[in-house]
Unconditional design. Structure first.
Length: 118
């Protein structure tokens, strides 16, 4: 039984050849500038959208601020009117109580008609 066997290659035969230069890898050897440029352009366009939204919010805040200021003015006017009415009412009550000490109003006494006795 002498069969010819295929000889296995030795470990030295399987080793790859040593490269003569540094391998060129797309991720490491050459920096691809297009990805960075694309990211910057997208950021720039989104920044413009953010600015537009910010201007819109600013105008909305300004209109809301003027409405709130009007409401505060009306509230102050109503409170001022209530205070003035309270002071005037208290003064009139005080004057009425003091005036009642000096002025007396007498009610007329009703005279009953007498019938003659027979």
């Amino acid at each position: 039984m002498n069969a010819t066997r295929a000889t296995k290659p030795k470990a030295d035969d399987l080793a790859p050849a040593v490269p003569q230069t540094t391998p060129v890898m797309p991720a490491y050897g050459h920096h691809d500038q297009s990805f960075t440029l694309q990211a910057i352009m997208e950021l720039q366009s989104s920044f413009a959208e953010v600015r537009a939204e910010l201007k819109n919010l600013k105008s909305s805040v300004d209109s809301t601020r003027s409405k709130v200021d009007d409401l505060v003015n009306w509230k102050n006017k109503i409170l001022g009117g209530a205070v003035v009415l309270g002071v005037v009412g208290a003064a009139l009550g005080f004057l009425a109580s003091k005036a009642s000490d000096y002025i007396t109003i007498k009610t007329p006494v009703q005279v009953q008609a007498t019938t003659p006795v027979k």
